[in-house]
Design a protein around this ligand. Structure first.
Ligand code: SF4
Length: 400
């Protein structure tokens, strides 16, 4: 999705957001450097629960609002689940040799997919496109149990690169289904993650595609109903959907922990802090990347006067910079940093050389590679570690 709003509605929204962020702007004007813990005021009713390692921190850097500048979001780019999935394919290619089959895009990023294709990965839409007995990797978005059964029937060797935080939602779905709950799964119809989660308990799960879909939702027993969600949604929109669901079903239960993952929340939080200062927000990411598309929406909702999603710097349009002093730059959770570098170089060549980081959170999480791959790597005497990471969580349980 690519969108811009330079109209009067956008200007009014900008003005409102500027008022809300008066304290931040005051600090910016006074060229102070402030480092403090904050709680996101826009998610008051379902404030993210973060471990100490994910503590939210705001760093405000002194800026001159009269000259061209870039505000660069942190965190941005690769999350722990994407990093693990991409390394899984790279290590599988090293270990087994090409071709290695991958069901669906390993992560939703054009550059990542084409780079892995050049190394010998073959991306397929369905399991039955993989030759019998070959190796297939399941993407970070997760698969339904039926896909595992199809792979078994074809004697495929499978490596499951599902993000552990998606697996956590699958487990919640099977647990609530086993207790005969109606599960309201908030997410985008047709998204691979939603298809995979819904496939865990199709007879118990009803998809709720945003606040306006609530009116269509029916359940068997309004006293035995729980909501879960896709991991990459807009936090604010999801809370609005939950609010409407609770109006309709007062006994609606919350999930045991946040389903919208730490990476999605942190990237949105950084954008919310930057947006009121931005004439333009550039989000690097692919159009089929849910969390990237959400970042553009969040930027516009929180005061950026325009916002665009681009895969590469050469998609940037000179006209977008007309009259622009402050450009915000961020990237989705499936975007390698080299693509952000390209955007910063493009901007620097046009006078936006002053780059100020806006740090909303610190992340240091890494997930261990899938067990089946680690076992084979060890058997061949090859390294099974992630790139130089120290904090390697074995699964989602370590986060919640
Ligand atoms: S965005 Fe979140 S759920 Fe998705 S792969 Fe990254 S960490 Fe996992």
């Amino acid at each position: 999705m690519c969108s811009s709003r330079g109209n009067s509605t956008g200007a009014r929204r900008h003005a409102r957001a500027r008022k809300t962020n008066a304290a931040v702007r005051c600090a910016l004007r006074e060229r102070t450097v402030c480092r403090t813990r904050v709680r996101d005021p826009t998610t008051r009713d379902a404030a993210p629960t973060r471990s100490a390692s994910q503590a939210v921190v705001v760093t405000m850097v002194g800026v001159d609002t009269q000259t061209k500048r870039v505000l660069l979001a942190a965190p941005r780019g690769y999350c722990a689940g994407v990093d693990r999935a991409v390394i899984t394919v790279e290590k599988a290619l090293d270990l087994y040799g090409p071709p290695v089959y991958v069901r669906k895009e390993i992560v939703h990023n054009k550059h990542v997919v084409t780079t892995l294709e050049k190394r010998g990965a073959i991306f397929v839409d369905e399991t039955d496109q993989v030759p019998e007995g070959a190796t297939v990797i399941f993407s970070a978005h997760g698969v339904a149990p039926v896909v595992h059964e199809e792979a078994k029937a074809l004697s495929l060797k499978t490596i499951d690169a599902t993000c552990p935080l998606v697996t956590k939602v699958h487990r919640e779905a099977t647990r609530f289904a086993s207790q005969d709950y109606d599960i309201l799964l908030i997410g985008h119809e047709g998204h691979e993650e939603v298809v995979g989660t819904a496939g865990e308990a199709p007879e118990h799960i009803t998809l709720v595609d945003g606040p306006d879909d609530v009116v269509n939702v029916e359940v068997r027993d309004p006293e035995r109903v729980v909501w879960l969600s896709q991991t990459t949604l807009s936090v604010d929109e999801t809370m609005e959907t939950v609010r409407r669901l609770r109006e309709k079903f007062p006994h609606l239960q919350d999930p045991p922990s946040d389903d919208i993952c730490y990476a999605t929340q942190n990237r949105q939080l950084a954008v919310k802090q930057m947006a009121p200062e931005c004439d333009l927000m550039i989000v690097v990411g692919s159009r089929n990347s849910s969390n990237s598309v959400r970042l553009v929406e969040v930027a516009l909702e929180h005061g950026s006067r325009a916002g665009h999603l681009v895969d590469y710097a050469d998609e940037l349009d000179e006209a977008w910079l007309d009259g622009v002093t402050t450009v915000g730059v961020t990237s989705g959770a499936s975007v390698p940093e080299i693509l952000v570098r390209g955007v910063l170089d493009y901007l620097a060549a046009r006078g936006y050389e002053d780059v100020k980081p806006i740090v909303a959170a610190e992340e240091s999480l890494l997930f261990a590679l899938p067990n089946e791959l680690r076992r084979d790597l060890k058997a061949r005497g090859m390294s099974d570690s992630m790139r130089g990471g120290e904090q390697v969580a074995q699964g989602a349980d370590s986060l919640h």
